[in-house]
Design a protein around this ligand. Structure first.
Ligand code: GAF
Length: 393
C-alpha cells in the first residue's frame, strides 16, 4: 500500500496547534506552503547549465506565523529530530553574526533565507514549521523549507523581485548556510511548479516550459529506499568540480556547450573519471530534451527507456547511485505495465521515481516490497502547484 501523507490543511492545523501551545496566542496571521519535488529526468545537469524535468509534489512544507512589534525572532519546527532542539531564538538587530550558520542545523535554512531576502529591514516574527517532505529523502525537503520561508517573509514585508529571483535567493541560502553548492532545479520548481505539469527547465536561460502530465491512465510512483542521503558530504561538490574541470579542458563555458564528439576528441587529455562524469552529463542533457518531447507526445514507453538509461548512466558513469536504489529500479522494471524507473535527486540513497500504467500500481508495489532488501515507503503522487500563500479560516 502507498503511504498516505497529510494534506496541506492538515499540516496547517498541526502548525496552528503548536503555535498556540508555544506562544499562547490564539491564531497566527499568515500561512504559506512550498512543495518538495521529484525529478523525472535530467540529473546533475542543472549546475552544468543543462535541462532538467522535475515536477512539484503534494508533499509540502508549511509555515504559519505573525509579525511582532520588536525585532525578535522565534521559530519552532514540528519535525522531530532527536539530536536537535526544535526551537530557535535570535534578534534581527546586531552585526549579522546571529544569522551565521550553526546549530540547530534546520535553522540554517531559515537564517540563510533571511540573510538573502530582498527587502530589509524585516519586522520580528514568530513562526512554526510543519512538513510532509521526508528529510534527506532526495525530494528537496531543504529547498521546500527555504522557499516556504521566503514566501512567509514576503507576507510580512513584500519584496519586488520576480519568481526567478526568489528561487535564486533561496539557492544562495543553500550555498551560504548549508554549504551545498547546489544547482537551481529544486528551488526553481518549488517556486514555479504547476499543477498537472512537469517543468522542462533550461538552467542556462532559466526559462521553463510546462509539460502536461495529468493522464488518469498513468501513475508516478516514488519509492523511498529509506537510506538517508546527505548532500553536505564531499561527493556533490566533487562531482561539480569534476564537471567544471572537464568543461575547462574542452575549452567550453560549461558542459552544456560540449558534444560527445568534443569529448571523444579530448579523451587523451581527460583522466578516466573526468571523462566518465562529462560523458554522463553530455548525454543526460540530450536525454532530458528528448524525454520532454516524448512526454508531450504521450510516448511513455520511449520516456521510460530514457529513464532507465539515465539511471544506468548515474550508476556507472556518474557513480551516485547505491545498491538499494539499483535494487529498487531493477525490481520495478520486472513488473508488466512499468514504463521506466530511475533514482531521483542527488543520489547516494533517497528515492526512485517510477512511471507506470495506473492498473499496474498494486502489483508494482507488492513486487518491489518482495524484492527490496530494506523497508521501502511508497508515495503515489501528482504534479502540484508551486509555493503559495494560504487563506486561514
Ligand atoms: C540536488 C541538488 F540540489 C540539485 O541542484 C541537483 O543538482 C540534484 O541534486 C541532482 O540533479 O537535488
Amino acid at each position: 500500500m502507498a503511504s498516505s501523507f497529510p494534506s496541506v490543511s492538515e499540516l496547517v492545523d498541526c502548525a496552528r496547534r503548536l503555535y498556540g501551545q508555544v506562544f499562547g496566542e490564539e491564531a497566527p496571521q499568515v500561512a504559506v506552503c512550498a512543495p518538495g519535488r521529484v525529478n523525472l529526468i535530467g540529473e546533475h545537469t542543472d549546475y552544468n547549465q543543462g535541462f532538467v524535468l522535475p515536477m512539484a509534489l503534494p508533499l509540502v512544507t508549511v509555515v504559519v506565523g505573525s509579525p511582532t512589534s520588536g525585532q525578535d525572532v522565534t521559530v519552532v519546527t514540528a519535525t522531530e529530530d532527536a539530536d536537535e532542539p526544535r526551537r530557535v531564538d535570535f534578534s534581527l538587530l546586531g552585526d549579522g553574526s546571529q544569522l551565521s550558520p550553526g546549530l540547530p542545523r534546520w535553522a540554517n535554512y531559515v537564517k540563510g533565507v533571511i540573510q538573502n531576502y530582498m527587502a530589509h529591514p524585516l519586522p520580528g516574527f514568530r513562526a512554526v514549521i510543519a512538513s510532509s517532505v521526508p528529510l534527506g529523502g532526495g525530494l528537496s525537503s531543504s529547498a521546500s523549507l527555504e522557499v516556504a520561508f521566503y514566501t512567509f517573509l514576503q507576507q510580512l514585508k513584500p519584496d519586488d523581485g520576480d519568481k526567478v529571483s526568489k528561487a535564486l535567493a533561496c539557492q544562495q541560502a543553500e550555498h551560504t548556510h548549508a554549504g551545498v553548492p547546489c544547482g537551481i532545479m529544486d528551488q526553481f520548481v518549488s517556486v514555479l511548479g504547476r499543477e498537472g505539469h512537469a517543468l522542462l527547465i533550461d538552467c542556462r536561460s532559466l526559462e521553463a516550459t510546462p509539460v502536461p502530465l495529468a493522464d488518469p491512465g498513468l501513475v508516478i510512483l516514488i519509492t523511498n529506499s529509506n537510506v538517508r542521503h546527505s548532500l553536505t558530504g564531499s561527493e556533490y561538490p566533487t562531482r561539480r568540480r569534476q564537471c567544471e574541470d572537464a568543461a575547462s579542458i574542452l575549452g567550453k563555458e560549461s558542459l552544456r556547450d560540449a558534444t560527445m564528439k568534443d569529448l571523444e576528441e579530448a579523451r587523451g587529455r581527460l583522466g578516466d573519471i573526468t571523462y566518465r562524469r562529462a560523458h554522463h552529463v553530455i548525454e543526460e542533457i540530450e536525454r532530458t530534451a528528448k524525454g520532454a518531447e516524448a512526454l508531450k507526445r504521450g510516448a511513455y514507453k520511449e520516456f521510460g527507456k530514457l529513464m532507465v538509461e539515465s539511471h544506468n548512466s548515474l550508476r556507472d558513469l556518474y557513480e551516485v547511485s547505491c545498491r538499494e536504489l539499483d535494487e529498487l529500479v531493477s525490481a520495478a522494471m520486472e513488473v508488466e505495465g512499468v514504463y521506466g524507473s530511475r533514482m531521483t535527486g542527488g543520489g547516494f540513497g533517497g528515492c526512485t521515481v517510477t512511471l507506470l500504467q495506473a492498473q499496474a500500481i498494486d502489483r508494482t508495489i507488492l513486487h518491489i516490497q518482495e524484492r527490496y532488501s530494506g523497508t521501502p515507503t511508497f508515495y503515489v503522487t501528482t504534479p502540484s502547484e508551486g509555493a503559495r500563500a494560504l487563506v486561514l479560516s
